[in-house]
Design a protein around this ligand. Structure first.
Ligand SMILES: Nc1cc(-c2ccc3ccn(Cc4ccc(CN5CCCC5)cc4)c3c2)n[nH]1
Length: 244
């Protein structure tokens, strides 16, 4: 997968060179490219923002640097299929695990990191000519720009790509891959500061361990995320209890 990130703070994306994402880039599984929007500014002061039409506080990102940057990125990876352009925004579709799975199937993802009060809307309209454009929010809170949102999305997406994380097994049981939240995890020592690991986990009965973990998932989901419960197929859970 090719990933392009356009930002006025390219160094913000440096952590993507670390750890598993960094190794996947070295291994050629990910082709990560960061572009500095200022390289496409048209004046000697490399201006990328200006005052908002209609007044209001703050500045808005000018269209022309974005137009040139998007054209350049599109030209670097010519393909008959339009790349996906993800535009982090407080007003976007909220990112979730299903979106991460869907985006992990794409060949080319481009991320447009806005700053200030956002990007001139005509850039988003123009981008539809060469991209499949998706405004995406990572949650109902306001950040100062798109870079942090891109870090969140790249991590959530890249880890689903085969070869990026060592043990694909760990992708199977995690939260949000089904509706329930994940169960508590433990490691040595069995007794720590007077607190014990649940007895059932110390034995080797895999059936009992699986049942214990599922019960913990249900308890934790009911306690922390009751909003997820309606999606739960309670009938099948009850049936499981009856059959056990
Ligand atoms: N999930 C999530 C994503 C973001 C996010 C993503 C990209 C940008 C680019 C700039 N900002 C700062 C920003 C944007 C809009 C307003 C609201 N203003 C009201 C009137 C015009 C605009 C304030 C401040 C971003 C924020 N925040 N949260």
């Amino acid at each position: 997968m090719r990933l392009d990130v356009i930002s006025i703070f390219p160094e913000y994306l440096n952590p993507l060179q670390l750890s598993l994402i960094g190794r996947a880039a070295e291994d050629g599984i990910l082709d990560l490219n960061v572009t500095n929007l200022r390289d496409f500014a048209t004046d000697k002061h490399r201006k990328v923002d200006d005052t908002p039409y209609g007044g209001g506080a703050g500045m808005v990102m000018m269209p022309e640097p974005w137009g040139q940057a998007l054209d350049a990125v599109r030209a670097q990876a010519p393909a008959e299929k339009k790349p996906v352009l993800i535009v982090p925004s407080p007003a976007g579709t909220v990112f979730n695990q299903k979106m991460a799975y869907d985006l992990a199937e794409e060949d080319h993802l481009v991320f447009a990191c806005g700053r200030y009060e956002g990007i001139d809307e005509r850039v988003i309209e123009y981008a539809h000519e060469n991209f499949t454009v998706i405004p995406v929010s990572i949650g109902d809170y306001v950040l100062n720009g798109g870079e942090v949102a891109v870090m969140v999305m790249v991590e959530a997406i890249a880890r689903l790509i085969p070869g990026v994380i060592g043990n694909p097994e760990s992708l199977v049981e995690e939260s949000h891959s089904d509706v329930l939240l994940e169960y508590p995890v433990y490691t040595k020592p069995a007794s720590w500061r007077g607190r014990e690991v649940p007895e059932v986990l110390l034995g080797g009965n895999h059936h009992r361990v699986a049942r214990h973990r599922r019960d913990e998932q249900i308890k934790r989901t009911a306690a922390r995320r009751p909003d997820l419960i309606p999606q739960l197929d309670v009938e099948s859970l009850n049936r499981r209890d009856r059959d056990a």
